[in-house]
Ligand binder design. Sequence first.
Ligand SMILES: [Zn+2]
Length: 99
Amino acid sequence: MATDYDTPRKTDDEIGEDSIEELKARRVDKSASPVDVDEAESAEAFELPGADLSNEELSVRVLPRQADEFTCSRCFLVHHRSQLASEKGGQPVCRDCAA
Ligand SMILES: [Zn+2]
């Protein structure tokens, strides 16, 4: 009875140790070069353009004109009230266009 249990246990331990060591070596090799590079490159490429586009679109579309701002009737740019030179026929004109 005892010998029947001892023999398979030894072989199982030997096989398990070998396979674990092999798996560790393989995992290190795989995670060392390709995975790290892919994660770093994808993260950088994903964050930079996405953040820039969202910020620009938000500032232009969501805030086209505030209460203290006006859209010039000549250059069609949004300026602060302090840049309002005159209103010709009810159309606001910025200082740059009026100069
Ligand atoms: Zn203008």
